[in-house]
Write a protein that binds this ligand. Sequence first.
Ligand code: NAD
Length: 374
Amino acid sequence: MKTLNIRASTPYPIYIGQQLLTQALLADHIKTLQKRVVLIADNQVAQLLAPAVLAYFNTHSIDTELLTFPAGEQHKTRETKAALEDSLCAKHYGRDTCLIALGGGVTTDLVGFIAATYMRGIPVIYIPTTLLAMVDASIGGKTGINTSFGKNLIGSFTQPHAVFIDTHSLAGLSKREYINGLAEVIKHALIADAKQVTLLETQHDAILAREPALLAELILQNCRVKQRIVEQDEQERGIRQHLNYGHTIGHAIELIEAYRIGHGEAVAIGMLVEAYIAVRLGILAEHALTRLQKLMQLYELPLTTQAFANPALFIQTLTLDKKAKAKIPHFVLLKSLGEAYASKKDYTVAVSDNVLQEAIAWAAKHYTHKTISY
Ligand SMILES: NC(=O)c1ccc[n+]([C@@H]2O[C@H](COP(=O)([O-])OP(=O)(O)OC[C@H]3O[C@@H](n4cnc5c(N)ncnc54)[C@H](O)[C@@H]3O)[C@@H](O)[C@H]2O)c1
């Protein structure tokens, strides 16, 4: 197991390795807390992965209760939070309780938020089981739920007590979910680690085959990127905005497609279009964009959307983006493949209407027709 120690307002370790359940580390960690343990998972993960975790706790004489909720982003809601909280209350779990979130980013966000408010705050341990949750949702302390007004509108900055990442748990993840996570892996490399970009280019076969040892190394390097950023800016007031690379265009695609397209798929197209904008503004070299297009194709990202069919609607949607200032969309741009651009004043760049029109026309030409299907 490799360890990353995250320096946050409340510091915590992230352990990354293989075969977590053959080692005493997790059990030892829980025993030091001296708390009652509640494991929370969505119903799919509860079926696939919870039995082994419960057997492990049993072997280590740790009493654990399992609570579940229906899988899916549509259940990351107040209602699910309330139902789980009511179950905890009905069973008289008090401040002597520790929650363990086993699952993807929906579970870590939801359980992290429950832990932030239940009994005014109890410890939570994350065992992320999707690639996205391993490299992204488990680090940085953001927790939350969706409402009918939008995603992640209610939540908190709450650090977990510890994070345990086991690359073996990725074996049963669907190809679509795995590739969704790879888009965020690629994003981290592109904004801050040129060596990782080369690793992604040269080792794509082994990465797509989910080779556990290589994945453990990639996840470690990738978590380090997010670690370096969130340690500098825990509450997203500055450099943390770089993590939104690809997301301004990506969110607009998701909104126009009414979330029929995966988040990673939308962000992948977003990264390409935002790279085009950087080229157009003279910030990124043209050959870097060609290299990025090849990288995305290596990872079998579908790179297809109908969202550019109506440019006026697309631009209007961009002006609603959270990062827009005075209705002018702002973008995180790349300086090179491995470094995001920052001016003396800002981490994002305002982009004029005519450059956006051009970028959307370019995107419509390149990413409207289906090239790869699952
Ligand atoms: N807090 C943050 O900083 C942060 C960052 C990025 C994303 N997020 C959040 O993460 C969420 C998306 O996370 P996600 O993509 O992991 O979605 P998810 O949690 O819904 O998991 C995706 C699907 O995979 C299944 N699954 C999980 N692990 C599995 C495994 N090992 N084998 C087989 N199936 C498995 C789940 O049951 C689910 O159906 C979003 O809500 C997003 O807002 C949060």
